[in-house]
Design a protein. Sequence first.
Length: 152
Amino acid sequence: MPYASPNDMIARYPNRDLVQLSNEDPTQTTVNLTTLGQALDDASAEIDGYIESRFVLPLSDPPTVLNRIACDIAMYRLQSLRPLHDLADARKRYEDAVELLVRVARGEVTLGLGADDAEPPAAPGSIVTEAGGQAGGEVPQRIFSRGSLKSY
């Protein structure tokens, strides 16, 4: 389920930028909603990859912050397809969005999804650990290491 729609992108970014980024033909004057939709679907899939270890997906009522993050990621992806466009600002927004998602995945930041602002329980089958160990406090034996992967 996408966290943002093409209309969210249109409300957030200048029309001239979206027209340029969503069309291959430079003579176009309208935003290509199909291109925006695909970029937002891709952004939503990337977001899900970060948060699926902590939450049962799809989220029934996604928080507003995911809408902004999806728009920022989609905008970065669209701009990265256009080599003549300055990527610095879009890249910074993208890196900030990913950093926030990493912090959510680590449990350092809450999305405030519950009615009482408590996060819902962890997804079934997920293991919540402290300091990288098992839930019981034991540190597991490493399966992969530099030595075991040396010949690959």
